[in-house]
Design a protein around this ligand. Structure first.
Ligand SMILES: Cc1cc2nc3c(=O)[nH]c(=O)nc-3n(C[C@H](O)[C@H](O)[C@H](O)COP(=O)(O)OP(=O)(O)OC[C@H]3O[C@@H](n4cnc5c(N)ncnc54)[C@H](O)[C@@H]3O)c2cc1C
Length: 393
């Protein structure tokens, strides 16, 4: 199995990439950042329902936000680096909720960076990667989630501006975001009528309300309303009608990130459960000496290791430019299934303590539930696989 930092002992080439000297140093940096600057405050941020803006500035200062972005947009490294940061943050006592709130830029501005407009990069990408600006992605609507092509938020062209009317929901970091990269309908029905438009949230006609939820409490979530919002046409990302394709391209990175968060959450719960089982005594002996408990934890470690190994393999092949659309969907579902099973077992093996607010496995149990819903649901992943293994006729 992997050690507690997620390094598999038997490493193939896909895994060696995670353990270069530079990446070991990055792992140490993230572990230190998490231990000192996240873990001591996390319970309060969970109660507050949001992360402080200062945390973004600090992450920007440490160079954590620019990882995986193209150099032309001020980025450095590969998507693997951003995934490694998320993995280590969770292994060091952070959470997928912190990843969602602190790294929303990973879904908020990659399209803007890839489109390559220097003015947009200067106005939106550079300040976001520096941690001075918070960026969100607004695709989901009250009437359209999985079916992205059905969105109805409309952007009508008037001279040098678009006028936007509609609503977005479940938007991560939406109550704090300075900008929202928004999927809007500029053309007719279907996916060809969709464009991406960056909307600054201080524009007249933008209103937002906070949504309360089961987990990810430190990651704020909002419903946004656009009522005749005037946005300069220079905020259009790429060409009109290319929004759907841009969204789909970036889903790959988002799905990999969520898969990494899933296996990292599972690994953290394995580690916490091993510690617990060694110290918790019942009927005169530690839980770790009961064969039924040992085997359950061995199984938790097995599914976690399988998930990590497969996700890293698919990530490596995706970065090398292979067509891994099918495997990406399988990887997300594999990691989510492992995580779901492990967080459930971790709570059970902690007994009543596992149900107590403020105990780490309880938070992971609640946080984990979103991983099979966000970034494409488990069922939509299965549809992707089904279509590509020959079930479409
Ligand atoms: C905490 C949180 C954060 C989020 N952050 C963001 C964000 O930052 N930006 C953003 O744009 N969105 C965000 N979302 C939205 C998320 O991407 C959607 O919730 C998700 O895509 C599912 O869409 P939906 O909720 O409309 O469910 P629906 O699409 O209505 O699906 C409902 C159920 O039906 C299933 N289903 C749907 N279609 C089919 C089908 N063809 N076959 C079989 N089953 C099907 C689904 O799998 C699901 O189980 C967030 C959601 C949450 C909860």
């Amino acid at each position: 199995m992997g050690d507690s930092e997620g390094h598999p002992r038997s490493s193939g080439s896909a895994h060696d990439a995670w353990a270069t000297p530079e990446r070991r140093a990055l792992r140490d940096l993230v572990a230190d950042f998490t231990t000192r600057e996240v873990v001591p405050h996390l319970a309060r941020w969970e109660d507050d329902g949001a992360l402080p803006r200062a945390l973004h500035a600090r992450a920007g200062e440490l160079g954590l936000l620019e990882l995986g972005f193209p150099a032309a947009a001020g980025g450095v490294g590969e998507h693997l680096d951003a995934c490694l940061v998320a993995e280590q943050l969770i292994l060091s006592g952070g959470s997928s909720g912190v990843c969602a709130g602190l790294f929303t830029h990973g879904i908020g501005v990659p399209h803007v960076a890839a489109a390559g407009d220097p003015d947009q990069i200067a106005r939106f990408v550079a300040p976001t990667l520096a941690g001075r600006m918070i960026a969100s992605l607004g695709v989901t609507e009250p009437g359209a989630g999985s079916d992205v092509a059905a969105i109805t938020t409309r952007a009508r062209r008037e001279g040098d501006e678009y006028v936007v009317d509609g609503a977005k929901t479940f938007i991560t970091s939406g109550t704090r975001a300075d900008i929202v990269t928004t999927a809007v309908r500029t053309g007719g029905d279907g996916h060809r009528g969709i464009s991406l438009l960056v909307i600054e949230t201080d524009r007249p006609g933008v209103s937002r309300s906070r949504l309360r939820k089961m987990g990810w409490h430190c990651s704020d979530t909002a419903e946004l309303h656009f009522d005749g919002v005037r946005v300069p046409a220079t905020n259009l990302v790429g060409a009109e009608g290319t929004g759907f394709r841009q969204i789909m391209v970036n889903f790959a990175a988002e799905r990999l990130s969520m898969a990494v968060q899933a296996y990292a959450t599972a690994q953290r719960c394995v580690d916490l459960t091993i510690d617990w089982a060694r110290t918790r005594r019942t009927f005169g002996a530690p839980l770790a000496q009961r064969q039924v408990v040992r085997h359950q934890i061995a199984e938790m470690a097995r599914v976690t290791t399988v998930a990590r190994t497969y996700v890293r393999d698919v990530l490596a092949r995706w970065q090398a430019g292979h067509d891994v659309v099918t495997e990406l969907a399988m990887a997300k579902n594999t990691a989510v299934a492992a995580c779901d099973a492990v967080v459930d077992r971790a709570v059970q093996l902690h007994g009543g303590m596992g149900y107590m607010h403020g105990v780490e496995v309880e938070r992971h149990y609640r946080d984990a539930r979103i991983l099979g819903i966000g970034g494409g649901t488990t069922e939509i992943m299965d549809e992707v696989v089904a279509g590509r293994i020959g079930l479409d006729g």
